[in-house]
Ligand binder design. Structure first.
Ligand SMILES: C[S@@+](CC[C@H](N)C(=O)[O-])C[C@H]1O[C@@H](n2cnc3c(N)ncnc32)[C@H](O)[C@@H]1O
Length: 274
């Protein structure tokens, strides 16, 4: 598992293996209204407290420089070739804003990804609370499952896979760290990775943010690689990845993890001095 603090276009420098699955949560390009329907727009999420420092801000200054054709070109090079036979070909999952799906699908076709299945993730909450007076608020996230000509590998013990899935949130017990404003749940990523890859396969996230995809890939025995251009996210992601690896090693060697116990039950710290 390896995360690089670089633009994904520089992938050749790192000699990473071709991916069986690419997962990307591309920047939303929502400009200075990134928090427009999010409580974070106001101090403590309350309009009465006035606007917070996030009001009128973009998520990242890198958003406006994100070029979809560059991204698609990268994907077409990074994803391994189609395999002979059925149920073995690679694919990519691109999380994106609802309206961005249409442009993305068109562009993907130009780069050889002619197959497309839309995925919808149902949340049991909505971040659009400020729009509550509109009565209809968004509680879905969207992604496109893109592939070349052959259907991708689907591992679900022969059962159907629905295109609408529950958005299972991570909890503190899962060693969850909140690093990124658009962070995807590790549990959901694990589920997707298990469906579309086999153990030992390679998963690449070109816009890795918190490193959630790499953590998920590692948790389910796949090889994760990623790129994150912003140094502060990269550093926090590396720390989370390291903590996750330490816990797994401790469990493997001792049958339990002191690091995890300290996080889950800090009051018992005295029982497990460093
Ligand atoms: C929507 S966020 C991804 C969040 C991630 N899915 C998570 O769960 O934490 C997109 C990330 O891509 C990064 N990014 C933007 N352009 C990039 C580029 N050209 N190369 C690598 N990372 C990039 C941004 O800094 C941002 O952290």
């Amino acid at each position: 598992m390896k995360l690089f603090n670089d633009h994904f276009q520089n992938y050749k420098r790192y000699g990473i293996p071709k991916a069986n699955l690419l997962i990307a949560d591309i920047p939303y390009n929502v400009g200075i209204n990134a928090y427009g329907s999010n409580p974070a727009w106001y101090v403590d999420g309350d309009r009465a407290n006035g606007e917070s420092a996030l009001a009128g801000k973009e998520f990242f200054d890198t958003d406006k420089n994100f070029k979809l054709p560059e991204f698609m070109h990268f994907c077409s090079k990074m994803l391994c070739k189609e395999r002979k036979g059925r149920n073995s070909s690679p694919c990519m999952i691109v999380f994106c804003e609802f309206w961005a799906q249409f442009e993305l699908k068109k562009l993907a076709e130009q780069y050889g990804f002619r197959g497309c299945i839309n995925l919808v993730f149902r949340k049991n909450f909505s971040a659009q609370v400020l729009k509550a007076n509109m009565r209809v608020v968004g509680n879905a996230e969207y992604a496109l499952l893109l592939y070349r000509d052959k259907l991708p590998k689907f591992n679900n013990n022969g059962k159907m896979i629905f295109n609408i899935m529950d958005w299972e949130r991570d909890t503190k017990d899962d060693l969850y760290e909140k690093i990124h404003p658009t962070q995807k749940p590790v549990k959901l990523l694990e589920k997707l990775i298990e469906i579309f890859t086999d153990p030992g396969d390679v998963v690449v996230d070109p816009v890795a943010g918190s490193g959630s995809t790499l953590i998920a890939a590692n948790n389910v025995g796949r090889k994760g690689f990623g790129f994150e251009i912003k140094k502060d996210f990269y550093e926090q992601a590396c720390m989370w990845i390291l903590k996750n690896e330490t816990i797994k090693t401790e469990i493997k060697e001792n049958g339990f993890s002191r690091t995890l116990m300290r996080i889950q039950k800090p009051e018992q710290e005295v029982l497990f001095p460093a």
